[in-house]
Design a protein around this ligand. Structure first.
Ligand code: FES
Length: 152
């Protein structure tokens, strides 16, 4: 597949670096928009690692994704001040409303849900960011409205 071919090219170019795995993962995600399962296989074989090892590194770093990002991104602040102001409830609502977990996307490809750790809006917690735009004092109702508006 094209994804495997692209991954193989990247690995060939970077495999002699000391600690090649992270540079390879960054480059693959940069080129393919994500690190698909078939790329994991190719990377593991080429670097003499197990698939589990490669997968472990991908899941450890929130930056890496296994599927392409959706059209829109909802980031819910999960840092302390927001937690104290109902952020946990809001995070649960976001999961339910989108029907997906953090670091994942909705089935229709509309939203990717990500945690974020402080948006500098602690005085107006809880906060979220949609497509890079911050929103403060977000209730579950307000979040619903923001999500709908994003799709209009
Ligand atoms: Fe959420 Fe600072 S803790 S904005």
């Amino acid at each position: 597949t094209p994804a495997i071919a692209a991954t193989a090219r990247i690995v060939a170019r970077l495999k002699d670096l000391p600690g090649p795995l992270l540079p390879v993962l960054h480059e693959v995600q940069h080129e393919l928009g994500c690190i698909p399962a078939e790329a994991v296989q190719t990377i593991a074989e080429a670097l003499n690692l197990s698939r589990a090892e490669v997968h472990g590194v991908i899941t450890f770093y929130p930056h890496f994704r296994g599927e392409p990002a959706a059209r829109h991104t909802l980031e819910v602040c999960r840092a302390e001040s927001c937690q104290a102001m109902g952020g946990e409830h809001l995070a649960a609502h976001a999961r339910t409303a989108l029907g997906c977990d953090f670091h994942a996307s909705t089935a229709d490809g509309n939203f990717t849900l990500e945690p974020v750790y402080c948006l500098g809006l602690c005085a107006q917690s809880p906060a979220v960011m949609i497509d890079g735009q911050p929103h403060a004092r977000v209730t579950p109702d307000k979040l619903d409205r923001l999500l709908i508006r994003t799709l209009e």
